[in-house]
Design a protein around this ligand. Structure first.
Ligand code: IPE
Ligand code: IPE
Ligand code: MG
Length: 253
């Protein structure tokens, strides 16, 4: 079958898809270009993935755009990435509006430059009443930073006597992460053939299905998202139970 989209069951879509967009630098180097050329070309892939996900009915799409550790890259690459971010958020706001997409951001946003933050908050504000998909940009994000911040918030509540230690549950932790209120990703995609998580959503992906593709991010197109969704739908998600239990539950429903 060549129409990949038709192979996707709209009733069994993951609620939340997260993507580690990797391989921009290698994509550019392969063509004898500067790494930043790869970042610039990755913007088309972001647009394709976001439009395709919104159109198919995915409710949440989280894109890992810049990690806490990425600040350690050479200053000129960090500069180029931050400038690209400002430019892209500005020029793509109409794409978000057109597709009824609401923008959100997670990460240590206070560490971003004022002009990046301003552009970001402007786009978040402009798109805040859109009711289609929520697009979450992970910027200056790392899961260990996020979990550390959550621990501090929880500790303060205990200190202020607004929370008792015995009351701390798994949902207390979820509710104090930057993703509070957002369902956990059910599908995590990583491009570029690397098989690692690189400090992304460690708590939230406890039961996510992982999908790795060797495609470099600037080559990622809607069909690649469709392939990942088809693969997701072929999996049996057992959550610790046996296959027989899962099949029984399915027939009961
Ligand atoms: C992903 O591509 C984009 C960011 C991390 C900002 P890379 O820049 O990591 O590209 P590779 O992995 O070096 O090819
Ligand atoms: C992960 O990619 C971060 C983003 C995609 C933003 P990296 O390229 O930074 O990850 P490592 O260094 O290969 O693990
Ligand atoms: Mg990389």
């Amino acid at each position: 079958m060549n129409n990949l989209k038709e192979q996707i069951d709209p009733q069994r879509l993951p609620n939340h898809v997260a993507i580690i967009m990797d391989g921009n630098g290698r994509w550019a180097m392969q063509q004898g270009m500067e790494r930043t050329f790869g970042h610039e070309n990755g913007v088309t892939s972001v647009r394709e993935a976001a439009e395709a996900a919104a159109e198919i009915g995915i409710k949440y799409l989280t894109l890992y755009a810049f990690s806490t550790e990425n600040w350690k890259r050479p200053a000129d690459e960090v500069d180029a990435l931050m400038n690209l971010l400002v430019k892209t958020i500005h020029s793509e706001t109409h794409t978000l509006q057109k597709n009824n997409i609401r923008l959100k951001a997670i990460g240590d946003l206070g560490s971003l430059r004022p002009e990046t933050r301003d552009e970001l908050f402007k786009a978040i504000d402009t798109t805040s009443s859109n009711s289609g998909m929520t697009l979450i940009l992970a910027l200056s994000y790392s899961a260990r930073w996020e979990i550390t911040e959550a621990v501090k918030k929880i500790a303060k509540k205990v200190q202020n006597n607004t929370l008792r230690t015995e009351e701390i549950s798994s949902s207390t932790i979820s509710d104090n992460l930057t993703t509070a209120g957002i369902p956990d990703p059910e599908l995590l995609i990583r491009t570029s053939g690397e098989y690692r998580i690189s400090n992304f959503l460690l708590w939230q992906i406890a039961y996510a299905e992982l999908y790795f593709t060797s495609k470099l991010w600037p080559d990622f197109r809607r069909e690649d998202l469709y392939e990942a969704l088809i693969d997701f739908q072929s999996r049996e998600r057992r959550f610790g139970q046996t296959s027989l239990q899962i099949k029984k539950d399915q027939t009961a429903n």
